[in-house]
Design a protein around this ligand. Sequence first.
Ligand SMILES: *Cc1c(COP(=O)(O)O)cnc(C)c1O
Length: 361
Amino acid sequence: MPDPVIDVVVAHLELESRIGGYEAMQQQSEQCDGFYQSFARLLNCTPAEVAYVENATRAWDMAFYSIPFAAGDRIITAKSEYVSNYLAFLQMQERRGVAIDVVPDDESGQVSLPALESMLREETQLIALTHVPTNSGLVNPAAEVGRIARENGILYLLDACQSAGQMPLDVQSIGCDMLSTTGRKFLRGPRGTGVLYVKQSLIERLQPPFIDLKSATWTDRDHYQWRSDAKRFENWERYVAGQLGLARAVDYALEQRLDCIWARVQMLATYLRDQLNSLPGVATRDRGKQLCGIVTFTKDNESVDSIYQRLRNQGINTDVCRAGNAQLDMVERRLSAVVRASVHYFNTEQEVDRFCTVLCS
Ligand SMILES: *Cc1c(COP(=O)(O)O)cnc(C)c1O
C-alpha cells in the first residue's frame, strides 16, 4: 500500500476508537460515497453499478450465484479460470446439472476465440473468463471475448483480480456484464476488500444469493424490495477503513495514470523475462500474445520451494503457484509448480538485476 492509503486506513481506525464506529462512519459518509465515484472512474461505469464486498471471491460469487441456472444450461470458461471460480462451476454442476465447456488455448497460449465461438450453444448461459490468471503472465483478450458475448447475447463475467491496477480497464470497451476485482493486488489497496461491477440493465434481473437490510428493504410484515442499484450485492456490515483506503488507492492509481503504470509494468516485466531467459537453466513459463507484470519461471535442478526460500532470505518476495490450483492449465503443460515474481511500477531495473543475481548465486 502507498503511504496515503495506509494513512487513510489508520486514520479511520483511530477515529473509530476515539468517537465510535457508527459515529466515524457518519462523519466519513461523503468519503464512503466517494468510493463508488472512484471505481466508476477506474472502470468507466456509473457509481450505481459498483458494489463493495469483502473480497474478490465473494464479489464474483455474488454475481455467479445470482444467475438462475437450470439443468442443461452451459457455462463456457477458459483454461486459465481461477480455481475458486471453477470450484463454483463444479458445485453448480452437482447442484443444478449445468455443463461446463472449457475453451482450449490457441497456439499463443491465450483463450482461442474461434474455438470459443464454435462452442456456443443455445443452452450457453454464461461466459466466465479470468482476465489475467494467478499463475502466469497471460493477458486474455477480454474485449474480443466481450464482442462474442454481445453478438450472441450471452452473459459475460470477467474476473479482473490480477489486471485491475496494472492496466487500464474499461467495462464499456471490454463489453462485460459483470466484473470482479480485489483491493489487495495491483491496486495497492488494503486486504479484505473487493469490488463487483454489474451493468445497470442487468442488476434488476439478478437475485443475489443472500439478502440483508442493506441490499433490500422490509416494506411491510410480509414483503420486501431489493435495491435497484449494485448495492443489492453488498451487505451492511463492512470494513469501513478498508473501503476508504481502497477508494484512496484507486484515486492514487488514477493520479499515476493507468496507461503510464501499464507501460512501465510491461517494460519491467519484459526486462525481467529477458534476463531470466538468458540465465543458465532458467525458463520463463508465461504464454500468450500479450503478457503482463506477472512473471513465472522454473529453474533446472532447484525446486521452486528452495528458490522461494532463498529469495525470501534476501528480502525478495515471490510466491509459488502449484498445479493443484490450476488443474486445466498447468497439468496440461506438465508443470507441477512455478515461481511467480510480480513487478509493479514502483520497482526498478536495479531491483530486477539484483533479483537475477540472487537467483543465480
Ligand atoms: C487473487 C485472485 C482472486 C481472489 O481474490 P480475493 O480478493 O483474494 O478473494 C480471484 N481471482 C483471481 C484471478 C485472483 O488472482
